[in-house]
Design a protein around this ligand. Structure first.
Ligand code: PHE
Ligand code: ZN
Length: 853
């Protein structure tokens, strides 16, 4: 190494040790003040019987804390009686039972990292996952130490709303200018689920009636200016509660359930017990301000946070290596909820698309990690698509292998056996296995082996014997060591179709060894096979469908995913074909599209998805050497051809689906997307923009204007900004247009940085700008080094403000190994330069180090 690393430490799963004590009755008194908030925490600590005196404990803390005083059994400690070890407060105790009281202060106004207690719009919020509690006070900031909390909040009356977890038990006047509220959470919980909110917020409310007739009071709190945009999330919460009762028999365990919207927030939302916090981008929705996709997203996120109440809160994680225990499972539950509330097939396809566009490349790249990793450099850096989305796929594998009934039995056993505990993914597996003894012993390999398996399939039909042979072969090479890994159980859902499109059989076969062959008898004619229906396992399927087979599947598949996939495969086959001319390509795809114009009237939303081409990123991942310029060129040619050839059909769709319905908007806007390639139809874009009364239509029109660079583009951009400048999430969208601005230049970037709306303190804005530019593959390829350097500088500036946000912006650098030279060498130098930055955070450093490894 050319220089020495500053903070190169790893945390190992094998170092885990269960706590040797229990904590009870945590009483927190928090006196809120923007610059000097006082925290007084008191708890009972009881060492296990197996422990011997003297007893040592290590309380987590951080640089943010200023210690005032410590008391043990009401006796103040002298500074000589405790020591600090690297921000940890170490106490040596002589008794088995102790009452410990710690008083300290913090300065929320200087908390730009937004971890712990911080200010947003001059109100107090908190965010503690995974290790933010240590920025509030000294305590056991680890998920397997759980206790009951009683929280007293004291604040000036200019913060009329005072919230914490659990049930409100008392509120009143504290002094002439101050008031207080006491919240008690009867359920034992770890620190990361602790939360407070204090400020001038408004609310809307409703009631959910539980199966036993008892009500839960539901509220959504938001800033006055946003409160009229909260009804949809309140309705979503009610739906989520009902769904969890019906599908999993899980009932809300609190009498009060609050959701709160906050502008400055590191993640999308947080499942704090009874007090879920939401990034405003994930909770506010009205037709005038949110697109239909955003509505769907809000419903999903509200569901997700609520579902954590059982999968995450009642049963939490033993340690952060087991993060997927709660996240994978909760994403899966959210997906099941959405497939019932929304369209039965669309969300599945979107999830697969997301997984393959983001998680697959991530899992092949330098940051690849197992769903349950053995070592990490930073806990914050395991909040990845692998932990969440691949984790959810693994839960789905259980369900696919065991069937819904077997899965539900295993799930109920898990809930019963581990309620109130901190568990691991192995515990979940054991619960499934206990109820389903046939579950494969190799199943847990899905948690420990990183990378995406390749499933190679081949078929051979013997007309004389009327026999079809299907051979399946799996392989997984570790993305970093390149060693061949062990075979895992891979359920393959498949169907056989006759040439006429009738289904001959539908089955699931689970491949458990490296290679197996299936033989089907009495198959009268050459059948068409459809493999990996419903995307039954998170693998790359390598099967060479013929064009004719794909056409049969596009026309006759009944499985949503498989039908969509057949069309995708056809497009891929054509786009990457060596033999076809561009015109031939376009004709082939157009032929496949033709029947869809009628199908649009049956299922417009699904049809809209069928007609949507995958993101560039997906195609780039399939290219040996990524060539965005040639990909764009090819795509444009094909899209223009499809636009021209079906001009009349697109226009008909566009005009037939003008009614105010989400499905109609979906298909109408796909029609507009194709029409936007035709100069003579571009007036439709401006027309739609001008007359639209909902954000879906406005937002698509604006995007097409930018993507096609139409002359009215500037005026539209200006108009949008003027209309929506007071709505921060809408301005994020506006900045986000840079993601696919094909004309991005270094001068544009100067303008952006100098724009009054540019703000690195707000994570949404930072992501909307730096994140979006980092995803602009076209600009990255065209501008090259200066753009990478610009992103690097931005990330470093943001790192000093908020390292969690900075570390999540490094995606463009993860593609390093796939960059052409000399760009690769130059970007390597940029990364090296970043790592030498004097105050680089551990979060960012860890990511960069792994990229260079
Ligand atoms: N646990 C949150 C969720 O999945 C995400 C989150 C991660 C929130 C880290 C805060 C900090 O909903
Ligand atoms: Zn979650």
């Amino acid at each position: 190494m050319p220089f020495s690393y500053k903070n190169d430490h790893q945390i190992y799963r094998s170092d885990y040790q269960a706590p040797h004590f229990k904590v009870h009755n945590y009483e927190l008194t928090i006196t809120l003040d923007p610059t000097q908030t006082q925290i007084a925490g008191k708890f009972e600590l009881q060492f296990n019987d197996t422990c011997q005196a003297p007893f040592e404990i290590k309380l987590h803390g951080s640089n943010e804390l200023v210690l005032t005083q410590i008391f043990i059994d009401e006796k103040p400690l002298d500074p000589s009686e405790y020591i600090f070890d690297n921000n940890h407060l170490v106490l040596i105790l002589s008794q088995k039972n102790n009452v410990i009281e710690i008083i300290n202060t913090i300065d929320p106004s200087s908390n730009t990292a937004l971890s712990g207690i911080y200010l947003s719009n001059e109100m107090f919020f908190s965010d503690c996952e995974p290790q933010g509690f240590r920025n509030i006070t000294y305590f056991f900031d680890r998920p397997d130490v759980m206790t009951n909390y009683r929280v007293k909040l004291i604040a000036d009356k200019k913060y009329p709303v005072l919230l914490s977890n659990g049930n409100l038990i008392e509120e009143g006047e504290y002094s002439q200018t101050a008031h207080y509220a006491i919240w008690e959470d009867p359920f034992f919980k770890p620190t990361y689920l602790f939360a407070i909110v204090a400020g001038d917020l408004e609310y809307i409310e409703d009631t959910h009636i539980r199966p036993d007739g008892k009500p839960v009071r539901l509220r959504v709190y938001a800033d006055k200016k946003d409160i009229h945009r909260c009804q949809f999330s309140l309705d979503s919460l009610k739906k989520a509660m009902k769904w969890d009762e019906e599908r999993f028999n899980l009932v809300c365990d609190l009498d009060y359930y609050n959701l709160v919207a906050v502008d400055d927030f590191n993640s999308g939302a947080m499942e704090n017990k009874g007090l879920n916090l939401f990034n405003t981008s994930c909770i506010l929705a009205t037709p005038e301000t949110a697109t239909d996709n955003e509505f769907n997203f809000v419903e999903a996120v509200v569901g997700h946070e609520y579902f954590h109440n059982w999968t995450g809160n009642r049963i939490t994680c033993q340690d952060w290596f087991n993060l997927s225990l709660k996240e994978g499972l909760t994403v899966f539950r959210e997906q099941e909820f959405i497939s019932q509330e929304q369209h039965p097939g669309i969300r599945r396809i979107e999830d697969v698309n997301f997984l393959r566009t983001y998680q697959f490349p991530y899992d092949q790249g330098p940051l690849s990690h197992a769903v349950r990793p053995d070592a990490v450099g930073s806990i914050e850096n395991i909040y990845t698509t692998t932990t969440y989305e691949k984790g959810a796929e693994i839960i789905r594998l259980y369900q696919t292998i065991l069937g819904k009934e077997g899965f539900d039995k295993g799930f109920q056993r898990y809930i019963k056996e581990f309620d109130g505990m901190a568990a691991t993914v192995d515990d979940f597996y054991q619960a499934m296995k206990s109820e389903n003894p046939r579950l494969f012993d190799s199943f847990p390999l899905w948690y420990s082996q990183r990378g995406t398996p390749i499933l190679k399939a081949a078929t051979h039909y013997d007309a004389d014997k009327k026999e079809l042979r299907l051979s399946l072969k799996q392989s997984l090479y570790d993305p970093i060591s390149k060693a061949l890994q062990n075979p895992m159980p891979i359920p393959v859902k498949y169907a056989l179709f006759s040439q006429k499109g009738e289904i001959l059989l539908e089955e699931t076969f689970t491949l458990t060894t490296h290679e197996q062959c299936l033989v089907f008898h009495n198959i009268e004619e050459l059948p068409v096979i459809s493999l990996l229906r419903d995307f039954s396992a998170p693998v790359v399927l390598d099967y060479d469908y013929s064009l004719a087979e794909l056409k049969t599947l596009i026309a006759y598949e009944t499985d949503y995913f498989a039908k969509w996939e057949a069309l995708q495969n056809l497009v891929i086959k054509v786009v990457f074909s060596q033999e076809l001319s561009k015109t031939q390509m376009a004709h082939l795809i157009a032929d496949a599209f033709e029947p869809l114009f009628e199908f649009a009237y049956q299922d417009p939303a699904f049809c809209a998805l069928l007609l949507t081409f995958a993101d560039d990123g997906y195609y780039l991942g399939l290219m040996e050497t990524e060539n965005i310029l040639s990909l764009r060129h090819t795509r444009e040619k094909i899209e223009t051809h499809i636009a021209t050839r079906f001009k009349e059909e697109w226009l008909k769709l566009y005009h037939d689906f003008q009614d105010d319905h989400v499905d109609s908007r979906a298909i109408k806007n796909i029609a507009l997307q194709f029409l936007s390639f035709l100069p003579e139809c571009q007036a439709l874009i401006t027309e739609q923009y001008k007359t639209a009364t909902n954000m879906t239509d406005i937002s698509w029109a604006l995007k097409y204007a930018v993507w096609q660079d139409i002359p009215q583009k500037e005026a539209m951009i200006q108009d949008y900004y003027e209309k929506y400048q007071d709505y921060s999430t809408l301005i994020d969208r506006w900045f986000g247009l840079q993601e696919r601005n094909p004309h991005l230049t270094m001068e544009t970037l100067d303008k952006i940085v100098n724009h009054p709306g540019f703000n690195r303190q707000n994570p949404n804005r930072a992501r909307a700008i730096v994140g979006a530019i980092g995803r602009n593959r076209y600009a990255l390829a065209k501008i090259g080094t200066p753009l990478y350097q610009w992103i690097a500088n931005e990330i470093l500036i943001i790192d000093a403000i908020n390292s969690v946000t900075a570390a999540r912006l490094i995606t463009p650098f993860t593609k390093l190994a796939r960059l052409p030279n000399p760009l690769q060498t130059e970007v390597t130098a940029i990364i090296n330069g970043m790592m030498k930055a004097p105050n680089i955070s551990n979060n960012l450093f860890d990511q960069l180090k792994r990229i260079l490894q």
